[in-house]
Design a protein around this ligand. Structure first.
Ligand SMILES: NC(=O)c1ccc[n+]([C@@H]2O[C@H](COP(=O)([O-])OP(=O)(O)OC[C@H]3O[C@@H](n4cnc5c(N)ncnc54)[C@H](OP(=O)(O)O)[C@@H]3O)[C@@H](O)[C@H]2O)c1
Length: 326
């Protein structure tokens, strides 16, 4: 089978498109013929060997032999199943997040059946590949904030990528007043998705504007966590899903002090892969949620897809089509 392999850390140029052996499923595994897969920040960080956590997972000096194919969000059709698999059979259309195991930038992958959900018939493979990781980061982060009342205010920092474009749609029915921060080119889309106020981060620092929010969802965590919590109302909650390791560490250190002195909450989300995917399925089928897919690339164009992702221009998700829909 064809796969996109990386055997050293670096820019997208280190990726090789090559033929490798097709995997066989173990007892509780499903062999999936991948139709589409999508890029996530984690793939980009792992490729570059950024930060100590990625080095610990993928290999200290070079990617380990069993971690050389990136790609965690996959959608495809079951080709074969191991003896112990009970939920799926060949021919079923499935999707899910294989983070922790990866292997999605390829024609086939073996996945534990627990990592897969049935793809609704009305969802394209490209849409399915765009949903799991970013959709569930948004879903789990909003759930972590607790109940929200209509009229409360929430700011999303870094709203124009995968997580933010899902979060905006999940917030729409709640009647929450949403402010969205991203680069200028993405602000019109953010308004269309339901943001009442939009802010260009290159021109305005939301922590300095004097506005206060009940909730802040931070997708990038590039600003000081202390400054971010100053932009919270008393009793407000700040949830970060990712960003600079130094800032995340700062958040960990500060949360007891902020809770005690300012009576505000800081929370760091650790993604539980695929938890809540059924809820996103239901929202999709009810027409209340649709992934924003910016561009689709072919598998052999994965280097170009990473380069495009690296420019930060993408709105919503970047998808790789492995088997074009007929
Ligand atoms: N918690 C976990 O367990 C877990 C697991 C997986 C991933 N993650 C994290 O989840 C996040 C993934 O988010 P995503 O898929 O939405 O990423 P994304 O698609 O790259 O979107 C991020 C957005 O932030 C914008 N941005 C860049 N710099 C900014 C700044 N200084 N201020 C405000 N916005 C800025 C980007 O726009 P421009 O590029 O145009 O500037 C982009 O639109 C990452 O932080 C990743 O590390 C967490």
């Amino acid at each position: 089978m064809n796969a996109v392999v990386f055997s050293r850390y670096g820019s997208p140029d280190v990726l090789e498109f090559k033929e490798i052996a097709k995997p066989s499923p173990l007892e509780r595994e499903v062999l999936v013929r991948i139709h589409a897969t999508s890029l996530n920040e984690w793939d980009d960080g792992a490729l570059r060997g950024e930060d100590v956590v990625n080095r610990l997972i993928f290999g200290l000096f070079a990617p380990k032999w069993n971690r050389q194919i990136l790609g965690s969000d996959i959608a495809g059709v079951v080709e074969a199943v191991g003896h112990g698999v009970t939920r799926f059979k060949p021919g079923d259309a499935v999707y899910g997040d294989l983070s922790g195991r990866w292997g999605g930038f390829a024609e086939f992958v073996c996945a534990p059946e627990s990592a897969l959900a049935t793809k609704p018939p009305g969802m394209t493979f490209e849409q399915a590949a765009a949903i799991p990781q970013a959709g569930l980061l948004a879903f789990q982060a909003l759930r972590m904030m607790g109940p929200m009342r209509p009229g409360q205010s929430l700011l999303i920092n870094g709203a124009g990528g995968g997580v933010g474009t899902f979060a905006l749609q999940l917030l729409k029915p709640l009647g929450v007043v949403v402010s969205a921060v991203d680069s200028a080119a993405k602000l019109e889309l953010l308004r269309e998705l339901g943001a009442t106020q939009v802010h260009d981060y290159a021109r305005e620092d939301f922590t300095q504007g004097g506005q206060r929010y009940d909730f802040i969802l931070d997708v990038k965590t590039l600003r000081s966590v202390l400054a971010c919590t100053r932009a919270l109302k008393p009793g407000g909650t700040y949830v970060t899903v990712g960003g600079s390791m130094a800032r995340l560490f700062q958040a960990l250190l500060l949360w007891p002090w902020i809770a005690l002195v300012q009576r505000k909450k800081i929370r760091l989300l650790a993604l539980k892969a695929n938890e809540g995917l059924e809820s996103l399925n239901e929202l999709f089928e009810a027409g209340k949620l649709a992934p924003v897919v910016d561009r689709c690339f072919g598998l052999e164009e994965t280097v170009a897809a990473f380069r495009f992702y690296g420019t930060g221009q993408h709105k919503g998700k970047v998808v790789i089509t492995v088997v074009p829909e007929s």
